[in-house]
Write a new protein. Sequence first.
Length: 121
Amino acid sequence: MIEPTKIQPIYQGGVPAFVVIPFADFAREHPVEAAQIKLQTPRIPEGDYIPHEVVGLHVQDGLPLVRAWREYLGLTQVEVAERAGITQAALSQMESGEVKLRKATREKLALAMGLNPEQLK
């Protein structure tokens, strides 16, 4: 009988090369490194909520929501554009605030950034 395990080996050329473990296990063994990782990982709330940092970029700094989210997530225009299937130049225009996003475009961008389309309204 195969026992369930939380450890997942990753093989390269039939030889174990890496092991993936649950983050909680890693955090128990390496609390300092785990805290650094948590600080680097932006949180995307469920539903249509928007993190305070994104609201600050949008309201206080005057950035359009698309750009505020992209910067909050630490993504480049090229990364988001490639994921959304648009050009970087088109994304740049959208981020300028001069162009209103169509529903289909908003949905593409939301998917590319792992968001709910309502979070980009």
